[in-house]
Design a protein around this ligand. Sequence first.
Ligand code: ADP
Ligand code: ZN
Ligand code: ZN
Length: 733
Amino acid sequence: MTVKKFAQIGIDSPLRRLFDYRIPDSISQLQPGCRVMIPFGKRSLVGIVVKLIDTPSIDPSRLKTIQTTLDDNAIFDAESFSLIRWAARYYQFPLGSALFSALPPALRKTKHDDNGASNEFRWQATNTPNETLKRAPKQASIYAWIQQHTNGVEPKQLKDQFPGSSAIIKTLGQRGMIEKVEIIQQPINPPELAKNSLQLTKEQSSVSNSILSLLNRFVVHLLEGVTGSGKTEVYFSIISEALKSAESQVLILVPEIGLTPQLYSRLEKHFGIDIGLLHSNITEKQRKQTWLKVSEGEIRIILGTRLAVFTPIPYLKLIVVDEEHDASLKQQEGFVYHARDVAIYRAKQLSIPVVLGSATPSFESIHNTKLEKFQHLQLNKRVHSDLMPKIQFADMRTERADTILSSPLCKAMHTHLQAGKQVILFLNRRGYAPALLCHDCGWIAKCVRCDANMTYHSNTNKLICHHCDSSKHKPDQCPQCASNNVIMVGHGTQRIEEVLSQQFPEYSAIRLDRDITRRKGALENILEEIHQFKRQIIIGTQILSKGHDFPNVSLVGILDIDYGIHSTDFRAMERSAQLLVQVAGRSGRRSTQGEVFVQTHTPDHPLLQTLLHHGYPAFATQALQSREEWKLPPYSHHIAIRARSQNNEDLFVFLEKVASAARQMLPSEISIQGPIVPSMEKKAGQYRAFILLVATKRALFSQSLDACLNHIETLVQARKVRWSIDVDPMDNF
Ligand code: ADP
Ligand code: ZN
Ligand code: ZN
């Protein structure tokens, strides 16, 4: 029974506050985490109860009253609810909005059929005298029928027996004539896990044992395993162990499921039980059903992208975060959070282990192993090959300026292809040419909405902006001087495809980039063709770095690494190195040693040299030293207050106000930088800039940041721009 008379409600709004409502007498049961319908302005909205209170913050006579509840039991259990509360605080996002972001879209809306997950309840008669229904014959007959079923009837039975009667059933419920009785789920039995595990190698079992020796308590294990070292098998062995107790569930987070279809089928095959998939590329209905089943404890293995981290998982015993370095684990729009970091917090609250896996761990995680906050485990050997691929530079300075495939790479390609092997060419640029230029007057095809060149796509003969997706037909003449001398500069994956058909006509090449894989099922088809050896050359973008296992690839060409090295973003080098190592790792995964050629104009770059000769861990150690010298993350903590607007002046007036508020209200040890203008100042028609708050200790933020942000929210200038907070930003824009 609810004794409190008022409730604090969160709604899906950018306002950094909750709203108080009166609880009507008709609602006898209300708990935090329940969804309710509330009047809001002239509308009716879904809200989520955050707290039950005795005294509202405003005069009770001015309070509105909750209309109805949508859930009998809280939709978030206490644990997931407190996780979201923590995340909303840590990432400085309005709690109401954070709660809504954590719900599957189908549960954010008003309409909701009660039996979404399964028949989780039955209707039972409350044995109120039948006479009450004398004047309602329809209600009476349904009531009588329910009464005959002493164990209650499931909603579906009722629907079949009395089609179109849902309103009447509702009325009976409201009158208290019938009530919902929860169907108690049978306790989950220890799984009949399929026994097709591989015999772990010595290295794998030693790593696996060391994690297993620390089950049932909070430990962050950083599993750094070279590409092809069999990390996935290690996850599987730990998961099997974690699932041995009757009530247990495991959460596996991956950057992008669409790009790694293999993991799902490997899990299914290995464990032989239902795998709950949670990501944004399934239908809303599927997502809702899986989410509800998971939260009922009915699904034991959950494989999801970052959004899955907030799912209520009542028997959670282990979290695995695969490819923990991958930037896709960070949500960049709206509720900005890092799923890896939320997972670590969650594991800590639950006193369970979390395993972070990667061949190229993030600098943050490496730093944490050095601080001994994380336990560092390494797999240094490949499962099927004694050797790691041999990486060499192809010095582009010795080639003609317009060279796309250097001579050492071409030579190696012929050798490997003739030996019946497959070749990967990596270029992180889709389209045909990244710029279209008038040779006579210097005109460049630019996007009108962004500070960016448009990319020419040959298949559609269009210019496309990769930042806002706007497109137009390629002009035949220069729009500025009418010259016909319009040329394409640079190359993307489509152009490589064309070059290959000229230089390697006897082999079949396939392109693997977002333009191709956008269609549903396309990626699976291409992967199948590669595995069946119908394609010998694979040209791809970063999709290739996502952990694919191509047994027959023995040569990888990385066509342009310079792009990332010369970026102004201090994280660019870390990312380029990760990409390089991950892509290189697709080579020679079976007996023969793989070869890798990295085309660059700066083969002498000290960090590249370290990476090449001493490997990723040495590279990371060296690069971390320079981060420390410059007091960059992870040696300092950043919060960006970003804003955008169509009006550049509004933007700057607002950000200047933000900066001065921050200077006044935050501790003096926090350095306040900006407004900083990103290299792409305008994107999709909006000017962008940000203020950067830098602190050497995270705790400095906890003192007065809330007050400062609440103040910023009240600024009149804040209404003219869109602004947001990015805690631990990963990008320099
Ligand atoms: P990683 O994720 O570390 O790059 P994978 O887990 O994909 O590596 O493993 C690479 C390949 O080796 C896969 O085909 C996998 O099935 C196989 N493999 C892993 N461990 C073993 C093992 N112990 N015995 C035989 N094959 C294994
Ligand atoms: Zn021109
Ligand atoms: Zn654009």
